[in-house]
Design a protein around this ligand. Structure first.
Ligand SMILES: Nc1ncnc2c1ncn2[C@@H]1O[C@H](COP(=O)(O)OP(=O)(O)OP(=O)(O)O)[C@@H](O)[C@H]1O
Ligand SMILES: [Mg+2]
Length: 341
């Protein structure tokens, strides 16, 4: 083991480590970052849900991790380690090699990720040939096995189909097969089931879970759906206006949210059973990037806001307990009020 080997104190391997990430929109000097002070980890075998309202910076964070930022956005601070390898500042070629080998990706729209001019089988086989140096014959057989694994009927004949010949649900399964083809240590899935109907959604999530149990990959799951979070996530990272504002084990987060934003998100959700709904509407709006206020970014929507505390400087992350943190100066009041009916 080297010094940089990211094995956590619990002995679990850290497959993704994001530390103090800041992303800036080029040409907007002096403005707060689009994303700032974002830190979290994903360990092997673990599913971490990344949640927050639209525009909070979930996708742009995922793109930064993958080295796929749009040209107008740059990493200006922080570090990303994938399976212990520093990827911030890495060469584009190295990042491209990691995508598809150590990291698999599943995005919302399978047709934008699948190559329309290649058969499904050839696409999956090609990535194994490229990253695992398998022969075409071996890779093609593996591709058929993978299509079977993701529940595509008649995988041998389906391998010869083009993406447009498959239904939306089957395309998403094929995309998952492609994403896990090289047995990545990390899978980043950005709203992988949003475009699918509820039954297919559940099947796809079940599928991801079963692949994870087989290969122990860590999963970063960007989602709007609190039912999905409760059903599949081990831990939750909450983002608000470009910052991580709370993170905790899923059960702790639902039972005892320690940031007013998380409380607001969860407040209209029934706490019993798993009949949770997509993110509810919190009164007010997320401030647009470039208009983030000084002090706490949630200040104008927060019922715990105290002008003497919350309107200046930057708000640090504080520990609620060792595995639960919140970016709030009034954690004690938030947690205490949570306990009083
Ligand atoms: N290509 C881009 N160029 C410039 N700014 C961008 C780009 N993509 C995203 N942004 C900005 O980054 C911020 C975060 O957007 P992002 O897409 O990460 O939000 P999100 O949390 O994924 O939202 P949603 O839930 O709607 O997917 C927004 O202010 C957005 O305007
Ligand atoms: Mg998004």
């Amino acid at each position: 083991m080297t010094l940089s080997d990211p094995v956590s104190k619990t002995g679990i391997e850290t497959v993704l480590s994001v530390e103090g990430l800041r992303l800036d929109l080029l040409g907007s000097p002096g403005q707060p970052g689009l994303v700032d002070d974002v830190s979290f980890e994903v360990r092997a075998g673990e599913t971490v849900a990344l949640i927050g309202e639209s525009g909070c910076g979930k996708s742009i964070t995922a793109l930064a991790i993958l080295g796929l930022l749009p040209a107008v956005v740059a990493v200006s601070a922080g570090t990303v380690l994938i399976a212990g390898e520093k990827t911030t500042g890495a060469k584009a070629r190295r990042l491209a090699a990691l995508r598809g080998s150590s990291v698999g990706t599943v995005f919302q729209d399978p047709m934008s990720s699948l190559n329309p001019t290649m058969t499904i089988g050839a696409q999956i086989a090609e990535s194994r040939q490229l990253h695992l140096k398998e022969s075409r014959k071996v890779a093609t057989e593996k591709a058929i096995e993978l299509l079977e694994l993701v529940g595509i009927p008649n995988p041998r004949s389906r391998a010869a189909a083009y993406p447009f010949e498959l239904s939306g649900g089957m395309q998403q399964r094929a995309l998952i097969a492609a994403a896990v083809a090289c047995e990545p240590q990390l899978l980043i899935a950005d709203e992988p089931t949003t475009a699918l109907d509820v039954t297919v959604q559940a099947e796809i999530l079940e599928l991801l879970k079963s692949i994870q149990e087989r290969n122990g990959m860590g999963v970063l799951l960007v989602t709007h759906d609190l039912g999905v979070v409760a059903g599949v996530a081990d831990r939750v990272v909450v983002m608000y206006a470009g910052e991580t504002v709370e993170q905790a084990q899923t059960e702790d987060l639902f039972a005892s949210p320690a940031h007013p934003y998380t409380r607001a998100l969860l407040s209209s959700v029934p706490q019993t059973g798993k009949r949770l709904k997509p993110l509810p509407i919190v009164p007010g709006r997320v401030p647009p990037a470039g208009a983030f206020p000084q002090g706490c970014r949630f200040q104008d929507r927060c019922s715990y806001m105290v002008p003497s505390l919350c309107l200046d400087g930057t708000i640090p992350v504080a520990q609620v307990h060792p595995h639960h943190e919140s970016r709030c100066l009034r954690i004690d009041e938030v947690v205490r009020s949570e306990r009083t009916p």
